[in-house]
Design a protein around this ligand. Structure first.
Ligand code: BGC
Length: 918
């Protein structure tokens, strides 16, 4: 490679020193710069990008640090970080905002690269130095996509699979550009190459939108891959989610295609754009002989195309045929919009070594990776040319040690490799993935070392949450849930990663959203998925937000699923503080509520679609209580409540009031129809009471009785849950809100059926779809719909963070600007700790019980403050940092009520010791 980009050079500019009153301090610095919430985003598609940063304070100065002002500057740069033009610089902005800050006077140009910096001043009179520059690239920003679409012109019918197609185009450069950015979009999936090298490690480019309405695009800086003279741009094209078959029976379109362009900027700032066009050629004689998301991939290494995209290869050649070009969209399935990806892409994130291997036949081995996961394996073999190897994937084993594949339903989940006869050959698939713990390899008698290694693949979102306590089973439940999230965050939030589904079920996503946002930085991931939720909206009386997004057929408007279009934006905003996620969803939210209102003339929502409290113990489709209208009406009231709050946040008081008024009508209807005079709620099951209490639907005078009935229905089950997808996430929060944390712990800690720990004592490494997906008595559940990697019941993990450890975001200061820390020890735990990487830095809450006293350590990041709620009657006797709390100079006691004391504290780390009634 001729060019290796040097480290970013800070542009020089003659800014006058605005920090004259305070010299830059080494005790204060600014880190973790983001643009639009992303680290080095390449396709920021707004003229007013928002900038975020974090204050970093030396530990010895770490208390009570707040930003009081900041200054930003941004400049266009080339690929080597050199300034192109003059920077735009703010003056000193008097603000404590360090998240989602817009630079006044800066309008981003499309298809450009920028570097930005920030410096800040704090409340102690310290100033930071300018931060290191952080780079970002922009998307179209309102401009037109300049390239044509190209493909091979063949169509794929439902259930068919095809080889991947290899495309190439050549360009000649007299002079090397100082900046070169490649933009790619596809109906299907692509792997872009340039001069014999992969452009990126990102996978499944450019992602999975609702192709009926839009395509995604991604951008990459490729300057370092170009050379003077002839260059070859290559693309491998696969059917992926577009022309491959989904939820057997759905296909967006029959003909995969892609479109790409390269912007080249020379030293004088002249831009040349090179696009996909008639000059490109394609072949299907390459090694990927079939590709399918559900069925897997076949690769014949003997067909590898040596140097197919090396510089100086001509576009044509024996097997290289002219492409089919589409100038404009026409015909069916016309996506109207080119949309820049918002989320971090899927990548290979971890490698996992097998923990065991069993020989099942002379050349058949089954590997156990010890962990259920999504991804694939790296195969390592030494074989004669033409020798074939087959890899099959499964989550569980049959009693005889063979793979349990019944729960994959029609998904073949198989990879095939044909060797080319080299010394040692290594291979991984590209355009498929599997959900599995076990891998069967056939075709090898003598295994090489590392013959099979697991490759974990998911959206590359930083993990933000950690939890640990004194109960190993709860720790395993936390881990299983995290693995459930990894496995089901492959491009969109899916229900499961293994069977012929792997779809963006909206109910599953809304139930899990809060936990997901604790575990990982998932804000942009959800914001991107919400495009598909809105695109799937159906504007008719039985429509509304879809049950699955991106659309793959299926229903609309099912209670508990359809409300994802409201619940998910709310949760994203709460955890990130990103208002744009609310503004861009509000119109669709209001529209959905109108449709629901039309279905509810007397306040009871009678929508046709129905899942009910899906998969509760003993569940029978369409039958099991609580009755569907009760669920739908309760969810309607909840949706109206959230929509009212969203309208408040966005400064729309009239809209908030009308949502509230309608909510009151729905609430009265619910009371009239479903709540008896003695507080009994229709169908008398746990979920009836949980919906009533969680969504505040009972008349105040009956609330106590409703609570009594809930407790009774739990006690009747010997402190076991009897809930499905919709009741389960409400159990622990409702019990907490009625002061029965003890009962919440008791249900949580049951190891017998049905309960969260039942799967764990039976060896689960991810969360099961059903409470009884497998039992020692009956083996596998008889239904083929039986995933061992469904995250939905893992939604209880948000309670680990917000109640066991007690870290809670607050709607009055979203995005963790103010933190509530209210741990509720119990359940026989002797210690618990959660750490959370908030946008402001790490927050933590760690407690242990020692000789009957509660020792609590809290960490509050700079530029935030916290309300700490202690489980004691009053402050007398509470020690903070070894002295009486009442004498502490930073702690302010705000309230003492209901056996709890609230105090506010500024940023810093603090140690409490108290006599708590635990
Ligand atoms: C999926 C679920 C989904 C459900 C809808 C199932 O097939 O796996 O998780 O929410 O259908 O009822």
């Amino acid at each position: 490679m001729r060019y290796c980009p040097p480290l970013l050079i800070v542009y020089s500019c003659n800014t006058k020193d605005l920090s004259s009153e305070a010299r830059p301090s080494t005790a204060l610095s600014v880190t973790d710069l983001r643009c639009e919430g992303l680290y080095q985003a390449q396709q920021v598609d707004t003229a007013a990008p928002r900038f975020s940063w974090r204050l970093e304070v030396q530990p010895e100065h770490a208390r009570d640090v707040r930003q009081i002002a900041c200054q930003l500057r941004v400049v266009e740069v080339d690929s080597y970080g050199r300034a192109l033009g003059a920077p735009v610089e703010s003056g000193r902005l008097e603000t404590d905002a360090s998240q989602w800050v817009v630079l006044p006077g800066f309008t981003a140009k499309g298809r450009t690269s920028y570097a930005w910096q920030v410096r800040i001043w704090d409340n102690r009179g310290e100033a930071s130095d300018w931060s290191a520059p952080h780079r970002f690239g922009t998307g179209l920003c309102g401009g037109k996509w300049p390239a044509k679409w190209i493909g091979d012109g063949r169509t794929l019918l439902l259930s068919e699979t095809a080889p991947a197609r290899y495309f190439r185009g050549v360009l000649s450069l007299e002079e090397l550009p100082v900046r070169a950015r490649l933009y790619v979009s596809a109906l299907g999936l692509v792997e872009p190459w340039l001069n014999g090298q992969k452009v990126t490690n990102d996978l499944f480019i450019p992602g999975w939108p609702d192709y009926r309405r839009r395509v995604f695009y991604a951008a990459f800086d490729v300057t370092h891959l170009l050379r003077e003279g002839d260059n070859t741009v290559g693309t491998v094209l696969a059917d992926g989610w577009y022309s491959g078959t989904l939820i057997p029976g759905h296909q967006y379109g029959h003909e995969a295609m892609f479109s790409a362009f390269l912007d080249l900027v020379d030293a004088d700032g002249r831009i040349t754009t090179i696009t996909t066009d008639e000059g490109w050629r394609w072949t299907d004689t390459g090694p990927i002989t079939s590709n399918s998301i559900y069925d897997g991939e076949a690769y014949d290494a003997r067909r590898e195309l040596a140097d197919w995209c090396a510089p100086r290869s001509s576009a044509g050649g024996d097997d290289w045929r002219p492409v089919r070009v589409k100038h404009v969209w026409h015909g069916e399935n016309i996506p109207a919009a080119f949309t820049a990806r918002l989320s971090a892409p899927v990548r290979r994130v971890e490698m996992v070594r097998p923990v065991g291997v069993q020989r099942l036949g002379s050349d058949v081995h089954v590997f156990d990776l010890g962990q259920n996961l999504a991804g694939w394996v790296r195969l390592r073999v030494c074989a004669k040319a033409g020798q074939e190897f087959t890899l099959r994937f499964a989550e569980m084993l049959e009693p005889d040690g063979s793979l349990h594949t019944a729960n994959l339903r029609s998904a073949k989940a198989t990879a095939r490799y044909v060797a080319k006869g080299a010394e040692v050959e290594e291979w991984e698939p590209t355009f498929t993935y599997f959900g599995f713990r076990y891998v069967e390899l056939s075709g090898v008698e003598e295994l090489l070392p590392d013959a099979v290694t697991g490759v974990v693949v998911h959206a590359d979102l930083p993990q933000s949450g950690h939890f640990e306590c004194s109960d190993p089973l709860l720790n395993q439940l936390w881990r299983n849930t995290l693995w459930g999230q990894k496995s089901n965050f492959v491009e969109v939030p899916t229900d499961c990663p293994q069977r012929d589904e792997r779809a963006g079920w909206t109910g599953d996503a809304q139930i899990f959203a809060s936990t997901a946002l604790y575990n990982m930085e998932a804000g942009n991931f959800f914001r991107q998925w919400l495009f598909s939720v809105r695109d799937g909206f159906r504007d008719d009386p039985e429509g509304g937000f879809p049950d699955i997004a991106p659309y793959t057929g299926f229903f609309h408007g099912s209670a508990g699923w359809t409300e994802a279009g409201i619940i998910v934006p709310w949760n994203v905003w709460l955890h990130t503080g990103d208002r744009r996620v609310l503004t861009e969803n509000l119109p669709a939210i209001q529209h959905a509520l109108e449709l629901m209102a039309a279905q509810s003339p007397d306040g009871i929502r009678r929508s046709p679609a129905t899942y009910g409290d899906w998969l509760s113990p003993g569940f029978e489709r369409g039958k099991y209580p609580p009755r569907y209208e009760l669920v739908a009406t309760a969810y309607f009231a909840f949706a109206l409540d959230l929509a009212a709050r969203i309208a408040d946040v966005l400064g729309r008081p009239e809209l908030a009031a009308s949502n509230r008024a309608l909510r009151e009508r729905v609430r009265y209807a619910f009371q009239r129809e479903y709540i008896d005079k003695d507080g009994r709620v229709a169908d008398d099951v746990q979920t009836s009471y949980l919906l009533t209490l969680a969504f505040d639907l009972a008349p105040p005078e009956l609330r106590k009785c409703v609570v009594g009935h809930l407790v009774r229905t739990i006690e009747e089950k010997h402190n076991h849950l009897a809930t499905g997808f919709l009741g389960t996430p409400l159990l622990t929060p409702v019990l907490t809100s009625i002061g029965r944390v003890d009962l919440a712990y008791s249900i949580l800690k049951q190891t017998s059926y049905p309960g969260w720990l039942y799967s764990i004592v039976n060896g689960a490494t991810t969360v099961w779809e059903r409470w009884d997906s497998w039992t020692p008595e009956n083996g596998f559940h008889e239904d083929g719909m039986n995933s061992f990697n469904h995250y939905t019941y893992g939604s209880v993990v948000s309670w680990f963070y917000d109640t066991i450890a007690g870290l809670q975001p607050l709607p009055e200061a979203p995005g963790w600007k103010r933190i509530r820390i209210a741990p509720q020890p119990g359940g026989g735990l002797t210690r618990a700790a959660a750490r959370l990487q908030t946008p402001y830095g790490e927050a933590c809450s760690a407690w242990r019980i020692d000789e009957g006293r509660l020792h609590l350590t809290v960490g509050i990041p700079p530029n935030t403050d916290a309300e700490v709620v202690l489980p004691v009657q009053d402050v007398a006797g509470v020690l903070l940092d070894g002295a009486l709390l009442s004498r502490h100079d930073l702690a302010v006691v705000t309230t003492c009520s209901d056996g709890r004391v609230s105090i506010t504290l500024p940023s810093g780390r603090y140690e409490f010791i108290l006599d708590a009634a635990i």
